[in-house]
Structures are given as structure tokens and as C-alpha cells.
Write a protein that binds this ligand. Structure first.
Ligand code: VGL
Ligand code: ZN
Length: 181
């Protein structure tokens, strides 16, 4: 029997309009994600959770420093239904783009322990942490689907999002809109 898990990637204040590294569509996906939660057996949410000083901030504006306002979940995200929170990017020398690089929880083991077979990925940012998480989910043997209208991009360079969507499709990930679930 299929056991499914929704992985909500980095729906944090710094990645939404007004934050340090915003995705333009960050606010709009929150009600979509809230509306999907009841369909899943498990819900995991990742948090970008950086130390104040990290090599990661040589590439990016300072964002999601652990314990800061910007690192909190989006105000409207329904956090009560989250079964596990995965913290990533917690070191001084790693980017921690994928939720499978969590430092407090080994996500792959957690999913296996709960007999999860199917993983659905949503959240921010399409071309970084969403793509890295979906790719790792597939590599770890989970049937993996990206929910295309529940993701938002930072689009640091024009064209990045389209490229990422093509890369994900070509890699064998399932790409569906919420109505197709
Ligand atoms: C992310 C850039 C830097 C993400 C995190 O959540 O996609 N992007 N840190
Ligand atoms: Zn980061």
C-alpha cells in the first residue's frame, strides 16, 4: 500500500516577499499548501537554519539565521499538521540545499521508518532547495512528485526557473499540478 508524505521545503519568512531572499510567489503558495495537507499520511517541513557566519553567505544575502524572525515559518502556514521539522544548512561550510542533508533528522531513515513510499515536494525555492530535495528523494528510492503550483522560485538569474523545471522533468521526477494529485 502506498504511504505518502508531503515535504514542505523552506516556507520561511526570509524566502517570502519582505524577506532577505524573497521568492515573488512565496505568499501565494501558502494557502495552496495548507489546502493539500489533509491528503497526506505524513507532513515534513524543512527549515534553512544557518549560523550567523557561513560560507553560504558569500553566495547569498544573509538569510534564515537560526533563531531569527526571518527563519520562522510563514505566518499563515498551518504548522499544527507538521509531523517533523528538518533543519539544514546548519554548518559553517555547507549550503544544505536538500532536506535530505538535515542535521537533526536523517530524512531518508525517517521516511523509511514510517513506511513512506511516495514523496510529494512543494515549497521554496524551485531552482535550489526544492530541486535538490526532489532529486535526493528520487535517489533514495521514493516515488517522487513535484507539485508545480505549490512551488515558488527566487529566480536570481533570469531563466533559472525554466531550466530547473526542465532538468527535473528530464530526470524522471513526476511534475503535477495540485488538481492532478
Ligand atoms: C535556498 C538559496 C539559499 C532555498 C536556501 O531554500 O532554496 N536558496 N539558501
Ligand atoms: Zn540558505
Amino acid at each position: 500500500m502506498a504511504v505518502n508524505c508531503l515535504i514542505i521545503v523552506d516556507v520561511q519568512r526570509d524566502f517570502c516577499p519582505g524577506g532577505a531572499l524573497p521568492a515573488a510567489g512565496g505568499n501565494a503558495i501558502v494557502p495552496v499548501i495548507n489546502g493539500l495537507m489533509d491528503r497526506f499520511d505524513y507532513i515534513v517541513a524543512s527549515k534553512d537554519w544557518h549560523p550567523a557566519q557561513t560560507v553560504h553567505f558569500e553566495k547569498w544575502p544573509v538569510h534564515c539565521v537560526r533563531g531569527s524572525e526571518g527563519a520562522k515559518f510563514h505566518k499563515q502556514l498551518n504548522v499544527e499538521k507538521i509531523n517533523e521539522v528538518v533543519l539544514k544548512g546548519t554548518g559553517n561550510t555547507d549550503d544544505g540545499y536538500s532536506a535530505f542533508e538535515g542535521t537533526n533528522v536523517d530524512l531518508s531513515s525517517w521516511l523509511r521508518k514510517n513506511k513512506v513510499t511516495d514523496v510529494y515536494v512543494c515549497g521554496i525555492a524551485t531552482e535550489y532547495c526544492v530541486m535538490a530535495t526532489a532529486s535526493d528523494a528520487m535517489k533514495n528510492g521514493f516515488r517522487t512528485t513535484v507539485i508545480t503550483d505549490a512551488i515558488a522560485a527566487v529566480e536570481a538569474h533570469p531563466g533559472d526557473t525554466e531550466k530547473a523545471l526542465n532538468t527535473m522533468k528530464e530526470s524522471g521526477l513526476h511534475m503535477v499540478s495540485r488538481k492532478q494529485i
